[in-house]
Design a protein around this ligand. Structure first.
Ligand SMILES: *Cc1c(COP(=O)(O)O)cnc(C)c1O
Length: 380
């Protein structure tokens, strides 16, 4: 279906085409110099000592938890209002996800209080997720975590370029995990990144990314090494040079594109004040968002399905971020849901509607979307 206003639209052009052609002409397609350059630029951007490029944020989360020695018998707290990969990564390690609620109907992130409410003696780590790009209150969350010696992993899939008081998201926890999937603020088609300041952990992460091997194909190609040992049960989570070439171009544009997103979100917010039935979360947000999504809260009892159908008939694509993870069949079958600790998450899960947002979205189309949405609310 051709949407008049799609939910997202990746910004790709001649620069990306040239970057990809360059890689193909070089004939070195797998992890090499461009991946290393992308890692250096990304680490610098986040202000971390290290960044490790991987083939998804899901892989990034899994590696971070493995490097933190999370395993069977451990509990890891995470939000339920997030993409399922956040909690799946915990289960890959054999650990148990425990769901924490959002702070309020305005602040859709976990908070120190909602983490404290569910912490167990077996809790070893926390994954926070910066919903829609709005930073969690990391000062108080990190205080709580360090008092209890918990590892903090930031799922920053929505939040490249976001910061709190000038300190980048992904730089607060022991690990930051980023996604470059095609609908994120910057894309490499598929891809992800782990950031950390810890010299000991980056070595472990690097080995786990590539089968637990002690040398890389590139080292052997360059004659730096002839063989290798395998010291860990590792994975193949490597990024390719094609992805890294895209990442370098997209990273250079991230600031400008996030600024464009910000203007559109401000436009949405100014128009939303005229529609009393609707509210947008993060009215009182802390820090600078990456403005990844434009969610709104529909009125209680609203028939969301028919609102979405009406918008679809007007050529407007909408989505739901997210159905709470603890309500999914696979989680209930495993005895991990439903959770009684996340009532606000359940309410948001029923009332949230995500509206179109991408840097090239014309402001007049924002007006069109809100016009059709408020019309549909009055009719249903
Ligand atoms: C997209 C996303 C992921 C997964 O990213 P992939 O790169 O697709 O593995 C994880 N967490 C959140 C919050 C996401 O939005």
């Amino acid at each position: 279906m051709e949407w008049r206003v799609p939910l997202f639209d990746p910004d790709l052009g001649e620069t990306e085409i040239d970057a990809l052609s360059g890689v193909i002409r070089s004939k070195w397609l797998t992890m090499g110099a461009l991946t290393a350059e992308f890692e250096r630029h990304f680490a610098e951007r986040v202000g971390c000592a290290h960044a490790l490029a991987v083939n998804s944020c899901t892989a990034a989360l899994h590696l971070a938890l493995m490097a933190a020695d999370i395993g069977p018998g451990d509990d890891v707290i995470c939000p339920s209002l997030t993409f399922v990969a956040t909690a799946n990564a915990i289960r890959y390690c054999g650990a148990r996800p425990i769901f924490a609620d959002v702070a309020s109907l305005d602040d859709w992130n976990v908070s120190r209080a909602t983490l404290e409410a569910v912490v167990t003696p077996a809790t070893k780590a926390i994954i926070v997720m910066h919903y829609a790009g709005y930073p969690c209150d990391m000062t108080s969350i990190c205080e709580f975590a360090s008092a209890r010696r918990l590892t903090v992993v930031e799922d920053a899939a929505h939040a490249p370029g976001a910061n709190l008081g000038g300190r980048a998201v992904g730089n607060w926890g022991t690990f930051g995990c980023f996604s470059f999937f095609s609908n994120k603020n910057m894309t490499t088609a598929e891809g992800g990144m782990v950031t950390t300041d810890r010299d000991d952990l980056i070595l472990r992460l690097r080995r786990l990314r590539s089968h637990g091997m002690t040398t890389l194909t590139l080292d052997r190609h360059k004659g730096h090494a002839f063989s290798y040992d395998v010291t860990d049960l590792g994975y193949n989570y490597r990024m390719s040079e094609l992805n890294a070439a895209l990442g370098l171009v997209q990273l250079a544009e991230l600031g400008a594109r996030n600024a464009q997103r910000r203007l559109l979100v401000e436009h949405y917010r100014s128009k939303l004040t005229g529609i009393p039935e609707l509210s947008a979360p993060f009215e009182s947000a802390c820090g600078e968002s990456a403005y990844h999504l434009m969610p709104v809260l529909l009125p209680k009892g609203c028939d969301r399905q028919s609102v979405m159908e009406n918008l679809k008939a007007a050529g407007i694509q909408t989505s739901i971020h997210y159905r709470p993870i603890d309500t999914f069949t696979a989680y209930q079958d495993a005895g991990l849901g439903p959770s009684e600790h996340v009532p606000l998450t359940h309410e948001i899960g029923e009332r949230v509607l995500t509206l179109p947002l991408y840097p090239a979205l014309p402001a007049v189309e924002v007006d069109y979307v809100l016009d059709k949405l408020s019309g549909s609310l009055r009719a249903t």
